[in-house]
Each structure stands twice: as structure tokens, then as C-alpha cells.
Design a protein. Structure first.
Length: 311
């Protein structure tokens, strides 16, 4: 349960994420795909302030380009606030101020983090006192990544990615994220994955009927061993993202040649994530990427999920 707040303004912070492992099943009749993924929350954050209002409104600022973020009901944070109001019978509205630190449309779950933060912030602002399980149910209605943004840490996701089991991760894992000025549409990437599998059906394995996370990923996390984890990073969407954005292959090669243990397209891309052995190695990778004109961010994981902070 999220404690109620007596303040008229509530501040919640939620993290971005990286998919350490993502196995994608075949498309189902409804167009969705069964997934098995290992998430890790990382120290790039979305901050949301919620203030009581007669209507539902939103403003967006940030340290990343926010020009493509909608300010109407297409915005996931605004939809989260409206959903919570309907669920709880809340009569008033809310003004949300979102300050973004996760790349937009970059496969790192920034919009999902906004939605998770909005749920927690509005629950505290309105004193609706939903349980964690109830918030999780609402989060799952908003999108597959939103429940993980609520919980943070490291977790295995199955189903559409919203059925979560916490995973033990010892120590701290160092990441460098190379972003791209032009985002990639998640539906477009999944469509390309299906097309890629059809084109290559004679020389690649068929899509799994029951995706699962490689146990080696969980062993590496429990051991706190980045070298071992690097050997089993996997993203089934990577081939599709590279088909749509071939220049990402050069970014992967550059980061690995600069000292990263391994690189992987993050989620549906186009952000590329590099796992590094130590903070010093992460700095080298970030500098090398920046020297070639790439925006690059150093972050670490795992970190907590959506949480209240002083307003």
C-alpha cells in the first residue's frame, strides 16, 4: 500500500529499464506475442509531480528531447491518472508535471515509467490507498512494461511481460546507453520481426511456442558477474531493429571495440545498451561514443521502482 500524503503536491520518481534477455514467441491471433524477458531497472529516471486540479492536464520537460511526447490522452501518464480516478471514484482531476530523463521512444520504458509514477503519485495525492497488487493490476492494463516500472530491481517477465517474478541480482551492473535522435515504433519493430522470421524461415529456428529466460542469465545475476552476464545477453527484437535501422550495427561495433563486455539493442530500440565491467570502462565507452557524435549516458542497475520523494 502506498501511504497517503497530506501535501497538495506529490513527487514520484520511476526508473528506465534495460532488457537483459528477451525471447519473443510467435504472433498470436490477437497480434500480440508471448514474451519471456529479464528486466533490470537502471539509474535514468522519470520524475512526476502531481498537483490537485479540476481537470486532467500534463506538461513535459526534461534533459532529453521531449518534442515527440504527446500532451493529450495518448500520453500514458495521463491515461494512468484517469484510470485510477475511474477505479476509485475520484471526482477531481490532477495536473502532472513530467521531467524526463529516459530517452523518448528509445526502448527503455520511459513512457511506462511515467505511467507507473503517475499511478503512485495520484494514489498518494488522492489518498486512495490502493494495495500494491491493485496498482499492479491497473499498471498491467496500461502496458506490458508498466508493472515492472512500479517494482523496479531485477525481474523475469512472462506472458506479455507483465507477469513478474523478482530475480536476485547481487552487486551493481554498469551500463552505457547510446541513444538516437529518431525513435523506433515498438509496433513497427514487432511487425518487422514477424516479416524477418517469415523471410528467413528456411535458415533460422522457428519462433518458440513457449518462450523462457535462459537460466544462465539468472545464474550470472545471482553471482553479480558482469562477464558471465555479457555472454548471455539476448534480444530477439534486435534483428528487426537492425533491419529498420542498419546504422545501429556500427554503434554496437564501436561500443564493444571501446571496451564494453557486450552490446545489445535495448528493447525495441533504437537505444543500444553496453554492459561494462567497471565504472572506468563505462567512462571509456561513453567518451568513445560521444567522440563520434552519439549521445551516451552512463547508468547502473538495479535500482528501485516508482517511489515517493519529497515534493
Amino acid at each position: 500500500m502506498i501511504p497517503a500524503s497530506d501535501a497538495d503536491r506529490v513527487h514520484v520518481r520511476a526508473p528506465g529499464k534495460v532488457n537483459l534477455f528477451l525471447e519473443v514467441g510467435a504472433a498470436m491471433p490477437d497480434g500480440y506475442h508471448e514474451l519471456a524477458t529479464a528486466f533490470q531497472a537502471v539509474s535514468l529516471y522519470e520524475d512526476v509531480w502531481a498537483t490537485a486540479s479540476d481537470d486532467f492536464t500534463i506538461e513535459v520537460t526534461g534533459s532529453v528531447d521531449t518534442s515527440g511526447v504527446p500532451l493529450d490522452d495518448r500520453n500514458l501518464a495521463l491515461r494512468a491518472a484517469r484510470l485510477l480516478a475511474r477505479k476509485t471514484g475520484q471526482a477531481g482531476g490532477v495536473h502532472l508535471h513530467v521531467r524526463k530523463g529516459v530517452p523518448v521512444a528509445g526502448g527503455m520504458g520511459g513512457g511506462s515509467a511515467d505511467a507507473a509514477a503517475a499511478l503512485v503519485a495520484c494514489d498518494a495525492l488522492w489518498g486512495t490507498e490502493l494495495t500494491n497488487a491493485q496498482l499492479h493490476q491497473l499498471a498491467a492494463r496500461l502496458g506490458a512494461d508498466v508493472p515492472f516500472s512500479l517494482h523496479g530491481g531485477t525481474a523475469v517477465g512472462t506472458g506479455r511481460g507483465d507477469e513478474l517474478s523478482a530475480a536476485l541480482a547481487r552487486g551493481r551492473f554498469e551500463w552505457v546507453f547510446a541513444t538516437d535522435a529518431e525513435g523506433l515504433s515498438t509496433p513497427d519493430v514487432y511487425t518487422e520481426l514477424d516479416a524477418h522470421r517469415e523471410r528467413r524461415r528456411t535458415d533460422i529456428a522457428p519462433a518458440p511456442t513457449q518462450p523462457f529466460v535462459d537460466p544462465d542469465v539468472l545464474h550470472a545475476l545471482r553471482a553479480g558477474d558482469p562477464v558471465r552476464l555479457a555472454a548471455c545477453l539476448r534480444n530477439d527484437l534486435q534483428a528487426a531493429a537492425l533491419n529498420l535501422r542498419p546504422e545501429l550495427a556500427e554503434v554496437l561495433e564501436l561500443g564493444e571495440s571501446a571496451g564494453a563486455l557486450a552490446g545489445i539493442v535495448s528493447g525495441s530500440g533504437p537505444t543500444v545498451a553496453f554492459l561494462c565491467e567497471a565504472p572506468e570502462a563505462a567512462l571509456d565507452v561513453r567518451v568513445a561514443l560521444a567522440a563520434l557524435g552519439r549521445d551516451a549516458f552512463h547508468a547502473h542497475g538495479p535500482v528501485p521502482g516508482a517511489r515517493l520523494l519529497p515534493a
